[in-house]
Ligand binder design. Structure first.
Ligand code: TMP
Ligand code: ZN
Length: 416
């Protein structure tokens, strides 16, 4: 059994937008860093922190109360790769097209991507010979971006690098960030730099998990250390106003179980889509600013995690074999919160080369590549990468054809 140590975290007491204390949603227990995958023989102890999502009932911004240092989370070995799934590659191509439409007709536009990871998005700019820059602190990921032909800067986007980008490249016609802004602790510094680097008629386009969809689905496992913030349109509307920008569009997109593609521009520079008002109304109606709605969320999340544990126990007692699918950050949250470990879940299948051969944080569940031979030995697979359901079902059609069943666990446990 791995040894535990508790980490010194940054403790956050106020909403960064309103300055008032947010309301705790629920505790998800003492969690490891969700992507702290280890070599099987590692002697490193498992670091834990209390995962305590909270929500500001004034502006609808959710954040986690204790934050591990960003250098710990997005270090050298950060294993996530944007390009690993077809779904994400296709999605990022559509985001690239959206950015290209925004710069269409502009002479020599400059596109800046914050958090370019392996370059899956920015390579579309590179291929067209457009001036662009991808910035990211994760060294190994950005080496892949450079190999994809992307111009890169291996650093965080902050008050040090923002001004030097401005000097080297000038103002950006588009600043784009896909599932990145939620990861950056210092929202103020980031937005100030976005404001400084954006051309007068430029657009800041960012995608983030939608708090509305998370709440509606009961997706408690979307709260984890990498997601410091979970945005709602309500929160982004407030954020834009605070930093001299205007929320001009928010387009619902399917990624990560429901996200929004926000467009911010300087006030008056672009006309405002009716989608903004619609999203604000929908969020208000579903209770995003209502303490009772979040109490209900906590009850449902706790009940579904308990049901998952009971289901797996029952299946194991009946002699069935159970493994997981998708060594995602979500898997770490769900396993820890449901108190499931190596005794219950034999292994986790995942196609990411950087993850295969490692073990999950804390309980050290082995991560294996899903060859048909291996996967078809299992009776049940818990689907932790539930956001890729259609792609995974298609890839692993043999598992179901051999009588295997998928287990999902949001709201209630489903076996199908
Ligand atoms: P994410 O939900 O954090 O984006 O991670 C999805 C994980 O699921 C990633 O580690 C790759 C894995 N995966 C598979 O193992 N097989 C698949 O067919 C797909 C689409 C993803
Ligand atoms: Zn607030």
């Amino acid at each position: 059994m791995a040894s535990f140590q508790t980490m010194e975290n940054e403790w956050v007491s106020d909403c960064p937008l309103c300055g008032v204390p947010p309301r705790p949603i629920m505790t998800l227990g003492h969690q490891p860093l969700a992507q702290d995958l280890l070599p099987p023989d590692s002697a490193a102890g498992c670091v834990r922190f209390e995962l305590l999502p909270q929500v500001c009932l004034s502006c609808g911004l959710a954040q986690i109360a204790y934050r591990p240092p960003s250098t710990t989370v997005f270090g050298e070995t950060y294993p996530y790769r944007s390009g690993v799934s077809r779904t994400m590659r296709d999605h990022l191509r559509s985001l690239a097209d959206h950015c290209l439409e925004l710069v269409a007709g502009k002479p020599d536009p400059f596109l800046l991507e914050i958090g370019c990871n392996d370059g899956t998005l920015s390579r579309h700019f590179a291929r067209r010979g457009l001036r662009h820059l991808g910035i990211d602190p994760a060294r190994r990921a950005i080496e892949q971006a450079a190999a994809n032909g992307v111009s890169v800067l291996n650093a965080e986007f902050n008050a040090r690098t923002g001004p030097s980008i401005l000097v080297d490249h000038g103002k950006a016609d588009v600043i784009v960030a896909a599932n990145v802004i939620a990861h950056i602790s210092n929202l103020r510094e980031t937005l100030e730099q976005v404001h400084a680097c954006l051309a007068a008629d430029g657009s800041f386009v960012f995608e983030a998990i939608s708090l509305f969809d998370l709440m509606r689905r009961g997706a408690f496992d979307l709260f984890y250390d990498e997601h410091i913030y979970t945005f709602s349109a309500t929160a982004v509307d407030a954020l834009a106003g605070l930093f001299g920008l205007e929320l001009v569009d928010c387009i619902p997109i399917a990624s990560q179980g429901g996200s929004l593609r926000y467009s911010l521009a300087r006030p008056g520079a672009r006309s405002c889509s009716p989608r903004v008002g619609e999203a604000l109304r929908k969020e208000r109606a579903c209770g995003i600013l209502d303490a009772r709605a979040w109490d209900d969320f906590a009850v449902v999340a706790t009940r579904s995690a308990r049901a998952l544990r009971q289901t797996v126990d029952r299946l194991r007692r009946a002699g069935c074999s159970v493994a997981g699918y998708g060594a995602t950050a979500k898997s770490s949250v769900a396993l820890t919160f449901a108190e499931l470990g190596r005794e219950q879940v034999d292994c986790i299948f995942d196609t990411t080369p950087e993850k295969v051969g490692l073990v999950s944080p804390c309980d050290r569940i082995p991560i294996r590549f899903p060859t048909p031979n291996l996967i078809e030995q299992y009776d049940y697979l818990i689907l932790f990468a539930w956001n890729f359901l259609p792609e995974i079902e298609a890839r692993e059609a043999g598992f179901r054809a051999k009588g295997g069943k998928w287990i999902t666990y949001h709201g209630s446990v489903c076996i199908a």
